[in-house]
Each structure stands twice: as C-alpha cells, then as structure tokens.
Design a protein around this ligand. Structure first.
Ligand code: ATP
Length: 711
C-alpha cells in the first residue's frame, strides 16, 4: 500500500511562525488536501485554534492561581530559625518553579482517546513542560511530559495507538499558539511532521534548547529507561544523544524525585564551553539541582602534558592493579612488637602477633580504614592482655590505647598515613617500586615509559597530567571511598580512558548511568573501540542502543563527512540525515585563506543564525586577527567559557558537541595532521553545521575526503 501522509498541518491565517522554513510551509500545503478527513466534529481550523488558545488562557490562569497559592503559604509554622530558613527556601523554589515563561506555551501536545476505551483516563490530555491543575476542582489541565500517561504522546503510532485516536502537535511563537497539526492514529501511515521539521530547521541562536515537544519514539525509549538501567547510546553526529541524555536526567528526577533528590544526578561533559552550551536545557525543564562538571572538574585540572603513548599507557585498565599493589606496598612488615605501659603495668605484644594482625588486614578494606582497624586491633589485643591480668577495662580504654603514643608510633611505622600524590610520586620516580607493582602486568619498556625522566623532588612540587589525575583518583578511592551519585550522565564517553571511566564508575557505584557517545568521534590517545569495553571499565552492565537519524547536519554535509568513516570507525554504518539540505555544502580552494575566511564570514553573517569558524588550533588566533582587522565582529571560543557572539572562532579541539547554523571549516588538512586521531577531529568539525558548511582550503584536502564533491 502506498504511504498515505494524512497528518494535517494547520496555520492560523496571518500568524505563521516567522521562523518557519519554506520546506515546512510546502509540507503543510502539500497536506492541506488531506485536511477534510480529520475535520469532523472539530469545526473549522480558525475555530479549532481559537478554542485551543482559550484552553491555553485557562491553563495560564490556573497556573497563576497555583503560584498565588504557593506565595500565600507561610514559613511561620517552622519551629526554629533553621527550619524556617529551609522552608522559606523551599517555598521560594516552588514559586519559581511555577513561573509562566513567556517564550513557551504551557503545552505543546494533545491526545484524544478512542471512544469507549474503558479505563478511567481522561478523554483528552494536554502535554506540557509541567503539571497544571485547576485549583477548585483539582482537575489536571496540563500533564507533565514525564507522567506515565503522557508517554503515549511520544510513542503512540498507527501500529500501536495505545488507546488514543489522535495526536495533536502545536506550533507556537513567543508563547502563543500559532499552528496545530493532527496525526490520526487509526492505522493510516503518518507522513513527516511539519512541526518537527520546523523545529529542527529553526536557526540556532544561543545555548541548546530542550526537545521536549518533539522527542522521537526511539529517543523516548532511552529517555524513559528506568532508573536501575544503565543505558549506552551510540549515535552519529546530531542524532540527539546529548539531548536524550539531558531529558533522561529530567525524567529520572521526576520519576524518582525522592531518591535522586538525596543522591543527586551528575552530568559530565567534555569541556566548560560544552557545559555552558547545554546549561539551559535542564533548568528549562524545571530541574535546577543537577551538577554539571567536566572530567577535569572532578579529577583536577592537569598541570603538565605528556606524549600520547605515555598517556595511553597510563589510561590503560592494567594501571588499576599496578596502583593497588603500589599502595599496599606502603604497608611495611612489622619488625618490632608493641609495649604499652599503664601505671606500673607493661603489656607486651610480640612482633609475630603484630605481623599477624597487619597481614590479616592488608588489602581487605580501604587503606585508611585498614590503618584505623590496625590501631584498634592492636589496642584490642592489649585489652585482652589487661583482662588476662585481672583488669576490667571498658571500651573507652580501647580507644585510649589505640590513640596512645606507642600504638601510634607502631601504626605510623607499619601502616603510614599516605596520600595519593605521595604514592604516585613514588611510583613514577622509583624504578624498584614500579617493577614490583607492575610485575607480570607491564613490560620493561612500558615501565621505562612510565618513569619520569627527571623525577620531581617531592609530591608537592610534582606536576600532573590528565592521565595522572585519573591515577590519583584511583589511589584516592583505594585510600578512602569516593562519594557517589544516584545517576550519572556522561557525554562524549568515547574519549575517556579506562582509568577515567573507572573514576566515573566510582561516582555512580550505587546507581546507574547514561553513557553517550560516538566511536567515530573519538579523538584521544585512548579513544574507545567498543561500548562493551566502555561499560566494563565503568563497572556497569548495560544495554547499547543506537540512534541513527540525524537532526542537525544536512544530508549532503553528512554524506561528505561520512567519507572519513571507513578510516576512523570502519565498523560503523554511514549516518542518515532527516534533512535534505540541498546546496548546504561548499568546498572551495582559497589561495588567500584569511581573505576567503573573512569574505565567507561576512556572507554567513548576512544569513540568519549562528556562525562557527572552525580552525586548526594553531590558526584560530590568526584568523580571529584577520576578522578583527577587517572589522568583522566575532568572539574566540576559549576552553573555559562560552561566548555570546553570533560569529565564533572555534579551535577545532573545542568544537565537540557544539553546533552552528553556518559553519566554515578552515584548512581541513591541518586539522587532520595536528594530532594522531586528527581525521576523527576533522569528522567532528565537518558535522557541526545545521544549515550550511563551507570548507575553505589552501593546502590540498586530506586524501581520505576524496575529490571535491559536486555542489
Ligand atoms: N527529537 C528532536 N526534535 C528536535 N530537535 C532535535 C531532536 N533530537 C535532536 N534534536 C536537535 O538536533 C541537534 C543535535 O542534537 P545533539 O546535540 O543532542 O546531538 P548529538 O548526537 O549529541 O551530536 P554530537 O555527536 O555531534 O554531539 C540539537 O540541536 C538538538 O536539539
């Protein structure tokens, strides 16, 4: 049977969204002929829209009443000052959460039930960002998109209508409804949604937006995966991995508010610029208490660099055992017994007993706990000796003995207090310790590579690389337990080393994780080659899901970038784009690169939306200088912050995860040559564009990109 695109897209005359693309217009018009089919009982389009607007006003008024009610509540009931402060802050948060944002309507979708469905769900539901109810009757006017019943809005389709007869999507501008689109769920095949098309075609300005109105069924499945499940998402550039991860965090916080309110959710992204870019999504979904951090924030920023092969070796999972052994070698074999004096009595513990106690504790608990237990066990033995002499010491005496000078001295000798920095400093400067700890694990060459050529004088003066930071974190956890979150979302996870993944795994040891990434975009010395491996290092069992439909990059651009795939990730299929994007790609040779970049930047700025000039790191400042000299306003993206300029010069190593309407990639060959996985870096750079990509090159293009594509 031929596809029957029966969805009906309707615009209020004269109020079409100014952002709407021609494509969306065409689709809406194409399907105008189908409108009659679904009109029965609804009245004309203008009346339908008017009725929906009236409903929106009603919902807004109800929200206002909810806000006023929250404002009227007093914290005076609190018994003391501290409780009062706490209650006041809760009430303030509640009032803030009930704010009516002028830029979005309270709902974006509606579902109408099949007749006689036979359950007690309402015949019609409206789905929005937050729950709104009518104060007087408690009647729900808008359901939170995360509520179980709202799931049908995302998942119902002709094959499984889930008890609903029709889905209605709303188009809006500035908080006002401007259009609606009906999708009958009666078995007829659905055509593409014009409202979804419009949403993904809209120009990108400012930080990332939520996608709550247009989450797709395969994305929704990941978003609503239950809390205990660790989910790993492989997806090509622009398939919505980041969006899905953030929406899953919001979903879990809704579904498990109490538990996650206590244990917390942690989002980990590749750098500060990326975190700034995604920072508005969760607050827009009403979630403000989510910690967002880079790996450097969690483990400490590196203060030194090192060759990629050494970094890769330090990132290898074998290092975990090397560190464990190195740490436990800090516990020395006791050579002396213990003598404890109390009044005129002396109590003697022979050396072999001290050895026995140390041996029984070594390696069984965390190092710091082991040290404390060692002191207690020694004290306990002394107590037994006291009892044998007819004394009756109580528990307090045991603590006194454990803290006494002779016990402390012995503990310091046998089980010294150590820091992670001390142990790693010793390991990387002492060939004997490294040999002993790495026996059977690392080859002699590998050990030689690990040792510092010029050891630092002390752990205090040592400079640490990014790989060292993960080793220090591992040691810290062996010494004392790392606090853990209830859920961890880790983006661009393909870039993390085994040791970094272990560090993140520790931070969700009692919970679960959402792991997002693309094996083709791995640019580090230790980039993952399989998700099973990533999950293993993270210490979590999980399902790997794949997102295959691209929402960002136009088809011709994605096809062009995909020429690199056989060279960077041979196992991955070429991605598909939802967007035709004819004429989106231009590849041009430019004898004077700076001049061409300035001219193209001007042309791109003449169009609507953001512009990203992605340049090899070594050329970014010079190209920014050329723009400045030509008087073209722009910002230069730094590792620590996002910048609010319509044109940003983006060093290629910072482009990951970001997107711009118009992207200019300068000198791809240099991007590819700048680092061992430079082709993957180039793949990232080529896949940042939403509307157009212009590649400008003076040097020949990398051979892997093949010839210049036909326009
Ligand atoms: N269902 C959707 N509806 C509307 N827009 C969407 C949807 N899914 C994704 N997008 C949009 O597509 C763009 C790309 O999404 P996102 O950044 O999450 O992709 P990604 O897979 O993380 O990409 P990358 O691998 O390049 O980091 C974003 O602008 C996002 O808002």
């Amino acid at each position: 049977m031929p596809a029957d695109p029966t969805a009906v897209a309707r615009e209020s005359p004269g109020e079409a969204d100014a952002d709407q693309s021609d494509l969306a217009d065409d689709r809406a018009q194409d399907r105008a002929q189908d409108r009659a089919q679904d009109r029965a009982g609804d009245g004309g389009e203008a009346e339908v829209l008017a009725a929906e607007r009236a409903y929106l006003s009603e919902a807004r008024a109800a929200l206002r009443r909810m806000r006023e009610h929250a404002r009227s509540l007093s914290a005076d009931v609190a018994a003391d000052w501290v409780s009062r402060q706490y209650l006041e802050s809760l009430l303030d948060q509640r009032v803030a959460a009930l704010a009516d944002r002028p830029d979005t309507p309270l709902f974006f979708g509606r579902m109408d039930a099949c007749e006689g469905r036979g359950d007690d769900l309402p015949a019609t539901i409206y789905v929005g960002r937050r729950h709104v109810h009518d104060g007087d009757e408690g009647r729900p006017l808008v359901l939170d998109w995360r509520a179980p019943v709202a799931r049908a809005f995302y998942r119902a389709g002709p094959a499984d209508p889930m008890g609903w007869r029709r889905r209605r999507r709303f188009g809006f501008q500035g908080g006002e409804l401007t259009a609606y689109e009906d999708e009958p769920l009666d078995g007829r095949a659905l055509g593409p949604s014009a409202i979804l098309t419009r949403e993904i075609e809209r120009p990108r300005t400012g930080p990332m937006r939520d996608i709550v109105a247009t989450i797709q069924p395969d994305q929704d499945e990941i978003v609503r995966a239950d809390l205990p499940a660790t989910v790993c998402v492989q997806g090509a550039p622009g398939t919505g991995k980041t969006a899905v991860g953030l929406h899953r965090a919001a979903y879990l916080l809704f579904a498990h508010r109490k538990r996650l309110g206590r244990s917390g959710v942690l989002i980990v992204g590749p750098n500060r610029a990326f975190l700034a870019y995604i920072s508005a999504v969760l607050p827009a979904l009403g979630e403000i208490h989510v910690e967002q951090a880079t790996v450097d924030d969690l483990l400490g920023a590196p203060t030194a660099d090192e060759p990629a092969d050494v970094a890769a070796l330090k990132g290898d999972a074998r290092m975990a055992e090397v560190l464990r052994r190195a740490l436990w070698r800090q516990v020395r074999k006791p050579e002396e017994g213990l003598v404890y004096t109390r009044g005129a009595s002396r109590f003697r513990l022979p050396d072999y007993e001290v050895r026995e106690i140390a041996a029984s504790l070594r390696g069984t608990a965390r190092y710091a706990n082991g040290r404390a237990a060692f002191a207690q066990r020694l004290a306990h033995r002394i107590l037994v000796l006291m009892e044998q002499r007819g004394e009756a010491p109580d528990d307090r005496v045991q603590d006194q003995v454990a803290r006494s000078r002779p016990v402390k001295r012995l503990v310091d000798q046998v089980w010294p207090k150590v820091t992670a920095e001390q142990v790693l400093h010793r390991l990387l400067s002492d060939a004997d310790l490294l040999r002993a700890a790495a026996k059977g694990l690392l080859s002699e060459d590998e050990q030689a590579a690990l040792l510092w050529a010029k050891p630092y004088r002390s752990h205090r003066s040592a400079k640490w690389t990014a790989a060292d930071r993960a080793l220090l974190d591992e040691l810290n956890d062996l010494i004392e337990r790392t606090p853990t979150f209830g859920h961890l979302v880790v983006d661009e996870a393909q870039d993390l080393s085994a040791m970094q993944l272990r560090a993140l795994g520790r931070r969700c040891a009692g919970g679960s994780a959402t792991v997002l990434g693309d094996l083709a975009q791995g640019t580090t010395a230790w980039s993952a080659s399989s998700w099973e491996e990533v999950l293993r290092h993270l210490g979590r069992d999980g399902q790997v899901a794949e997102l295959t439909l691209g929402f960002r990059v136009p088809g011709p651009v994605l096809d062009y970038a995909a020429r690199l795939l056989p060279h960077i990730a041979p196992g991955l299929a070429a991605p598909r784009s939802l967007r035709a994007g004819a004429g989106a790609l231009t590849v041009r040779r430019a004898p004077d690169l700076a001049e061409a970049v300035v001219a193209q930047a001007r042309r791109s700025l003449d169009r609507e939306g953001s512009v990203g000039l992605i340049a090899p790191d070594g050329m970014a400042a010079d190209l920014a200088g050329a723009l400045a000299a030509a008087g073209v306003p722009h910002g230069l993206l730094g590792p620590d912050a996002d910048q609010a300029h319509r044109l940003l010069v983006v060093p290629a190593t910072l482009a990951k995860g970001l997107e711009y309407d118009h992207v200019i990639v300068a000198e791809p060959a240099r991007i590819a040559a700048a680092e061992p996985r430079g082709l993957a870096r180039l793949y990232v750079a080529l896949t940042r564009a939403v509307t157009s990509l212009t590649v400008l090159h003076r040097e020949p293009l990398p051979a892997e990109l093949g010839g210049v594509p036909s326009a």
